[in-house]
Design a protein around this ligand. Structure first.
Ligand SMILES: NC(=O)c1ccc[n+]([C@@H]2O[C@H](COP(=O)([O-])OP(=O)(O)OC[C@H]3O[C@@H](n4cnc5c(N)ncnc54)[C@H](O)[C@@H]3O)[C@@H](O)[C@H]2O)c1
Length: 351
């Protein structure tokens, strides 16, 4: 290379290190940035550190005292035991360079509040996060946890500019884990012998894909004959849908279940495990993000996994997508009005 040629130094390669050194460092380090280190973010960080799933956890939160305290407290969990993971505080800009960026920042539900009611506040937070992270590492995988997770996943895809396959939400993975738990109890088998998915919205319009549930290789109607009773199915669906509200009413948040679910998804990505889970990602034919089964690996959503839905499940899916689409349309109108107001105020200032 001509030593006199002027090249713009890449932000990923500081001048004192040669390219080989930088690449080796990148190969050795696996980093997960967590935006928002409240109840969910810190529980996720703890789970990542204990397993361990990555070599570095970067925490970001505007509450400086909370951030420093979480880093110190989590750091204390790394000085004994088997983990080699390090925890540090970072800026939004640092976070945007991580292998995975998990977004747990935002308002949470108060007792009796629905997830959708958080939209306006959390959409503003989301948009400020992307402004602060820019320019984001083009290989980053974005994992949305903040609610309403399906709607925020849809907007994160637009605001980040990342390919569709790299933007996903935890979606109904947690609801499906709850479903697995309750079916395991009813059938008296281990939860990991159950394949059963809650699909659609991580919210009130979710539905259970009953027709494809299996225990071992047996269809549910053979392994758990009570499912032929509609009241039995309704009880289970109500329990799965209402689990978060019941926990929030008693302790103010849910953290352990989602912490484990989000950490597992980080593991599937970093280990390129090709695990199938119901995740929230963009469904072009429905015009929104919602949960359907997908294969997940190092590049995010590797592919959609086909699932057979019966007539009523297909109807549930379409209704669920219709609800989400209506919320997205409303939010898009609100964003457009905000943008017009901002431009008008700027023009006023200039005149
Ligand atoms: N998807 C799921 O299954 C699931 C499960 C549980 C909770 N949640 C959602 O996760 C979110 C977080 O819940 P929580 O209990 O941890 O709330 P929390 O209030 O304890 O923590 C949220 C944190 O986000 C921080 N924050 C706000 N703006 C930020 C910004 N711009 N950058 C970085 N951090 C910022 C706050 O300072 C706060 O510390 C909520 O929206 C909740 O509904 C989702």
């Amino acid at each position: 290379m001509d030593p006199n040629s002027k090249t713009i130094p890449s932000s990923a390669a500081p001048p004192e290190k040669n390219r080989g050194e930088v690449m080796a460092e990148h190969r050795l380090k696996t980093s997960v940035a967590i935006i928002g280190c409240g109840d969910v973010g810190s529980t996720l960080a703890y789970t990542l550190v204990l397993q361990p799933i990555c070599s570095e956890v970067i925490l970001v939160d505007p509450k400086e005292d909370l951030l420093q305290a979480q880093v110190r407290d989590l750091g204390d969990a790394t000085y004994r035991g088997q983990t080699g993971a390090r925890v540090r505080a970072g800026t939004h800009k640092d976070a945007g360079q991580a292998d995975i960026v998990v977004i747990t920042a935002g308002a949470k539900q108060k007792i009796g509040e629905s997830r959708l009611s958080l939209l306006s506040r959390n959409l503003h937070i989301l948009s400020s996060i992307f402004q602060a992270m820019s320019p984001i590492n083009p290989n980053t995988i974005l994992l949305l946890v903040a609610n309403p997770v399906d709607i925020l996943t849809y907007f994160a895809r637009k605001l980040s500019g990342l390919p569709e396959s790299q933007v996903l939400g935890t979606g109904t993975t947690l609801d499906s884990a709850r479903l697995r738990g309750i079916l395991a109890q009813k059938a008296d088998v281990a939860p990991n012998s159950i394949d059963a998915y809650v699909l659609g919205e991580h919210g009130d319009s979710q539905f259970i894909a009953w027709s494809s549930c299996t225990i071992g290789t047996s269809p549910l109607r053979l392994a758990l004959p009570q499912v032929s009773d509609p009241a039995f199915k309704k009880d289970i669906a109500d329990h799965t849908r209402g689990a978060a509200a019941a926990i929030i009413a008693a302790k103010g948040c849910t953290a352990y279940g989602i912490g484990m679910v989000a950490a597992s998804i980080c593991k599937y990505i970093l280990f390129d495990s090709r695990t199938v889970r119901p995740l929230s990602f963009y469904q072009p034919e429905l015009g929104c993000c919602l949960s359907m089964p997908a294969v997940i690996g190092r590049k995010g959503i590797i592919k959609k996994m086909p699932i057979e839905l019966d007539e009523s499940e297909q109807k549930n899916l379409e209704e669920c997508a219709g609800n989400l689409r209506a919320v997205i349309d409303g939010a898009e109108k609100e964003m457009m009005a905000d943008e017009q107001l901002r431009k008008a105020l700027e023009a006023d200032k200039g005149s």
